[in-house]
Design a protein around this ligand. Structure first.
Ligand SMILES: [Zn+2]
Ligand SMILES: [Zn+2]
Length: 103
């Protein structure tokens, strides 16, 4: 399966997001917003939902940070590993902020 990993402009903060080197990035490293383009496998681009996804929670397992994203359109939840250049120090703040938008 071919994974698509291209640069894009963030739908939320408007910053230009360059390609992630190791992981298949689908969320913004600054504000953590993303688009619902993947179905069950990260990078498969198998859905045509294209709703906005925002982080709602995160968990740490085996020293690895995983972020839960929820689609605002179909409410599907995705879990993604953080990317190396994610600004995770802001993640808590953004989760609280998006809660006000989502609920
Ligand atoms: Zn952004
Ligand atoms: Zn969706």
């Amino acid at each position: 399966m071919k994974k698509i990993n291209e640069s894009f402009t963030c739908i939320n903060c408007g910053k230009e997001i360059s390609q992630a080197t190791k992981t298949c990035r689908n969320h913004c490293p600054h504000c953590f917003a993303s688009l619902h383009v993947d179905s069950d496998i990260p990078g498969d681009r198998a859905t045509d939902c294209w709703g906005r996804m925002y982080p709602t929670a995160y968990e740490i397992k085996n020293w690895q940070l995983k972020i839960c994203f929820q689609c605002k359109k179909c409410w599907k939840i995705h879990r993604n590993k953080r990317a190396d250049d994610d600004e995770v120090e802001n993640l808590d703040m953004y989760i609280k902020k998006y809660k006000e938008v989502l609920y």
